[in-house]
Design a protein around this ligand. Sequence first.
Ligand code: ZN
Length: 401
Amino acid sequence: MQVESLRKATHQRTRQINSQLVLRTVFERAPISRAEVARVTGLTRTTVSELVEELMDEGLAREIGRGQSTGGKAPILLEVPPDARLMIGIDVGDTAVNGAIVNLRGEVRHATSVPLEGRDGDRALEQLEAVLDELLTSAQGPLLGVGIGTPGLIDTSTGTVRWAVNLDWRDLPLGSLLQERTGLPVYVANDSQAAALAEFTFGGHASARSMVVVRVGRGVGAGIVLNGQLHQGDGFGAGEIGHTAVADNYRACRCGSTGCLETIASPRALVQRAREVAPHAPESSLHRLVLDGLGFDQLLTAYEAGDELVREIVADAAHQLGRAIGGLVGALNVRHIVLVGEMTRLGEPWLSIVRREAHRSALALLAEDTRIEIGRVEGNQVAVGAAALLMSRELGVSPGA
Ligand SMILES: [Zn+2]
């Protein structure tokens, strides 16, 4: 009897694995025929036909016409409908909780936002729940689950926020709390790690198996994907490069240390630096801008207009970021480095300095093969990436295309 139930369980498990394999193949290679799925997966045509039938019943596959005939009857082609499942992705940002309904191609179908305004602890959690509730009622289609990106050290395997200093969350079982509330699967990741998954999954980098995505916004952090898997490190803090001391400017950082990469390479650091130097440079356009209350937008305009002083400040920031990236190239030998976040608005001139410095500070042979580019994912990368995490865990698909 036991042997029989074990055999049954094994059979079911095999079927589930094969079903995921077929789903992934159709998802990644669509449009594709059943025969081609069988060839790619090594499963028999009969098994593939049965599994495709099931996937079609669940709405996860559909027929989209006939392909080229190779002699006989032209084969029927299959695809996974992009809206077959919808996902909730949430970004717990610095000033707001931003949520989105995302489809299986990473396209944002609906977005919403609730301000945080300095709330932390339970009150921050309430804002997160408000966004979640709104998205649950506005989703028009079957929901796969929820993905959440939040700052801090996150144990993604259990959905626990180990420590998020600005939110004052410590050992918060966020995943299970929200799972109880929604009845849906919930996955939680660090925000930079989520942004990395967005780029890896939906950024069109088909050939990349490994990737480092460096997010340069209010915070500076990297998400590391190695051989298709998110690399979290022993204490969940892999990629926390923003608080590595790089500069001897002794500028105080919000982490309590000084001279962190974040205090020189972030948009906020640029604005601060501009405010300091502008009073000594009456000939610079910065001078007037600072009097008017300078922000990153104005700085960007002055940069594009070719203001010398602004160019210097930006070059310095790009230089330090490039060196930090050179260190990552040396440590990981990952060939795809993608930059995302507000700083990327500085565009190609900034990027070229980052590139040059990264190449200069890494072993020449490694640097030669490394591509550094600006991210391609539209919309909120953290929210979309949290959805990508959900998708890969629940459906086993991760197109990378
Ligand atoms: Zn710091």
